[in-house]
Design a protein around this ligand. Sequence first.
Ligand SMILES: CCCCCCCCCCCCC/C=C/[C@@H](O)[C@H](COP(=O)(O)O)NC(=O)CCCCCCCCCCCCCCC
Length: 217
Amino acid sequence: MAAPEAPEEKFSLREVLDTFKLCLSEDKEVYVEHYVAGWRGLIKFLNSLGSVFGFISKDAVNKIKILVTHLEGENSSEYVTVQSMVKYELENELVDLNKRGNHPESGCRTLLRLHRALRWLELFLERLRTSGEDGKTSVMCAEAYNESLSQHHPWVVRKAAGMAFCVLPGRPAFFEVMNVGTPEQVVAMLGDALPLISEVYQVTEELYAQHNLLDLP
Ligand SMILES: CCCCCCCCCCCCC/C=C/[C@@H](O)[C@H](COP(=O)(O)O)NC(=O)CCCCCCCCCCCCCCC
């Protein structure tokens, strides 16, 4: 049996599912606070897989920190939802639209990076959900990455990511870390989680497309 972890470090897929549930308001706005909390939960999971994934989690943590700075800053009321953030930053010219400039830490460009990673997550979890007992997590992960996030990464990051995927634990150990229960229960929970993640992704994608923000430098 694995040694018990400190409670605040323990990942539970259910917890992440709950935060993604809270992400969407009744009129389909995405709450930045819960979006960030969802990612925090996912990073806990990543950290429990070992230090090989440190460079990935470090980048994600940095992005979260930037968003939290906005969330807690003097204009915090503008950062309640992704919709209000986009409106505020665009109206006040706080986004570098075509090339990197004075706003390397805009909420819009920072959240876009996590948004792209959310697509990877959706593709990966769907593969995991439909995989058989001997499914290879490394292959599922790499395929999901190649179909999404990799297109936005330079060669050196793709290479490092590919190497990290190779040491992912097999499906049974992976399911264990999810801390949900039997493999059947994991699959059921993935079935619950995916539509939520997918909806948050779609709403954000449409918003960013509407404002031409999908390629922010
Ligand atoms: C379970 C295995 C996890 C594998 C994670 C797959 C994603 C691979 C991403 C590789 C990112 C490498 C780090 C560097 C990234 C940055 O260059 C790049 C661009 O940023 P910049 O424009 O500011 O320079 N950053 C990004 O694209 C953001 C990446 C954020 C990745 C977060 C990944 C979190 C993974 C959480 C796993 C949870 C699995 C849950 C299963 C129940």
